[in-house]
Design a protein around this ligand. Structure first.
Ligand SMILES: [Zn+2]
Length: 74
């Protein structure tokens, strides 16, 4: 069981938008990538998140396009 208080503190690493929980994944409420929870530990690495449909790369994410986040990759 994941600590719900911890989950409430987690935000999207790209745009700091709140996350919602669906089963064993956390989904950014704005840009939509799915972060898996494994062994009660959410993997918040955007590089390992499953991108939403229609999103070919990190640069397509709404949180990135909104300018709230800067990509480290060129
Ligand atoms: Zn996001």
């Amino acid at each position: 069981m994941v600590n719900e208080e911890l989950l409430a503190l987690l935000v999207c690493p790209m745009g700091k938008a709140p996350l919602r929980r669906e089963g064993d994944v956390l989904i950014c409420s704005r840009c939509g990538p799915r972060f898996t929870i494994k062994d009660d530990i959410p993997n918040m690495l955007i590089e390992e998140a499953e991108l939403p449909p229609g999103c070919g790369s990190l640069a397509d994410l709404e949180c990135v396009k909104s300018g709230a986040a800067k990509l480290d990759v060129p």
